[in-house]
Write a protein that binds this ligand. Structure first.
Ligand code: COA
Length: 433
């Protein structure tokens, strides 16, 4: 047990640990449930000690005080995915955004496109061999640690010991901070009637034995509610939450028909309640890998009847999908959407679904539009798009002409907005609708 001696030598308090970081360093931090918040808060509280530090991460869960105005010159955030805590800062110019498919984020570090001077991570307790698990977040966090010059880890006895390629040995960590506290919990979303209808349409495309990827939020959750009568579903996803666990417990998800990782759910991060964290703890039926594996379309395509369900903000009549911006305003990020859209369509019998309510902003705007809002970047291109679903039905766009797909999309737009879309259709295609 040689590691036990080094373990003790590496333990610092949070205020001691952050002094190992130097001005000018590029920090990559863990995210979502595995945010190393104790270290990040300590850095914020000692901002005067640092100049020109960059803090990069994906999904923010907490307050992210390092984006505040008074951090200027000391700390600056680089978002690889935007969330509530970082959105205003990115759009007000106080933080930066780096577009990147989730599958390629590990390569940013590996190939040196993004420097990683310091990785701040949040891990489980070490096992008897001295390995800590990355727990709720393997995704880009493990690759960041592998490519960092300095690794500082929060060790938390509540972090589940997830299995798969999810471990780091104590010898690979420079400093450890005891950071035991309950993990942040994400309660299952409440689903509206519209979301339920969309969920029902999504579920109607899922055949017994399919392998699923579901994004996060009310629509994927609603889809799960309509899968209760399916048989032998599998999971190969970016993330999972409680809805997936419930279908495992009720015997719907068995992973038996999977062609790769048979009998196992494959994910790279997870967010949910304590019940989910207990469920994945030391559970050999759940394996976690980095995003360059889980989200690699050439891996995803090896699954049987791969069905992916993700959401978006706007779709134009050509089928261009905007999932991360409202006009010029960055709302989230590409995440794994395109990775899974591509992987599922390449899979035999695969389907990719983009599902959204037909309107937004309390019904004031149609999400199906003639032309995308100025400034918005396309997330899923018209060449990649497959199924679009709203509460008004399913539009299968693959193989359809521009004229046909525009008509299919008008049919699933909210009735209040169809008249204008039809006028646009007639003008664009020199035809009577
Ligand atoms: N015009 C104006 N406002 C719009 C809009 C539009 N076209 N579309 C949405 N909005 C508003 C909504 O009304 C809502 O406003 P509110 O917060 O005031 O209620 C807000 O924008 C968020 O929209 P909503 O559709 O409720 O967001 P969501 O939480 O369901 O998330 C995505 C949807 C698309 C942002 C999210 O799925 C995402 O980030 N996707 C990209 C990444 C991805 O797919 N990853 C896959 C694996 S996890």
């Amino acid at each position: 047990m040689e590691w036990k001696k080094t373990y003790k030598d590496k333990i610092l308090t949070a205020d001691e640990a952050i002094l190992k970081i130097k001005s000018g360093d590029k920090i990559v931090s863990g995210h979502a449930i595995a945010e190393p918040t104790i270290l990040l808060n300590e850095i914020v509280n000692n901002k005067e000690k640092f100049e020109d530090i960059e803090i990069a991460h994906m999904v923010p869960m907490q307050k992210c005080d390092y984006v505040n105005e008074d951090m200027r010159g000391h700390l600056r955030h680089n978002a690889i995915f935007v969330g509530a805590g970082t959105r205003n800062a990115v759009n007000d110019g106080r933080a930066d955004y780096t577009p990147c498919f989730f599958s390629e984020v590990p390569k940013l570090f590996k190939n040196g496109y993004m420097k990683v001077d310091v990785a701040l991570i949040h891990l489980s307790l070490p096992d008897k061999h001295g390995y800590c698990s990355f727990g709720a977040s393997v995704d880009y966090t493990k690759p960041a640690a592998e490519h960092a010059k300095l690794v500082i880890a929060e060790i938390n006895e509540h972090m589940p010991r997830t299995l798969g390629d999810s471990f780091i040995h104590i010898s690979e960590i420079d400093y450890l901070v005891d950071a035991t506290r309950p993990l942040v919990e994400l309660q299952p979303p409440k689903t509206t009637d519209i979301e339920k209808k969309i969920g029902e349409y999504c579920a109607s495309l899922v055949e017994d034995g399919s392998t699923l990827q579901l994004g996060i939020g009310a629509i994927p959750d609603a889809a799960l509610q309509f899968l209760k009568d399916k048989k032998d579903l599998g999971i190969h996803s970016e993330m999972i939450s409680d809805g997936v666990m419930n279908l495992v417990k009720s015997g719907v998800i068995t992973n038996k028909k999977k062609l790769i990782h048979k009998g196992k759910m494959i994910v790279n991060f997870l967010m949910g309640t304590k019940e989910l964290y207990d469920f994945v703890d030391d559970n050999p039926s759940v394996e976690m890998y980095s995003a360059d594996y889980t989200n690699d379309p050439t891996v995803i395509m090896k699954n049987y009847k791969m069905v992916t369900i993700n959401s978006c903000l706007q779709v134009d009549l050509m089928g261009q999908v905007v999932s991360e911006m409202i006009g010029h305003r960055q709302i989230s990020g590409v995440g794994g959407q395109v990775d899974f859209v591509r992987g599922s369509v390449m899979a035999e019998g695969g389907k990719s679904i983009i599902a959204m309510p037909s309107t937004a902003a309390g019904g004031k705007v149609s999400r199906i539009v003639a032309n995308l809002s100025e400034g918005a970047a396309v997330t899923t291109s018209r060449n990649d798009v497959h199924y679009i679903i709203t509460e008004y039905g399913i539009a299968e766009l693959k193989g359809r002409t521009l004229k046909q797909r525009a008509k299919l999309l008008i049919e699933i737009a909210h009735p209040d907005y169809r008249e204008n879309l039809i006028k646009e259709w007639e003008k664009r295609f020199f035809d009577k609708y």
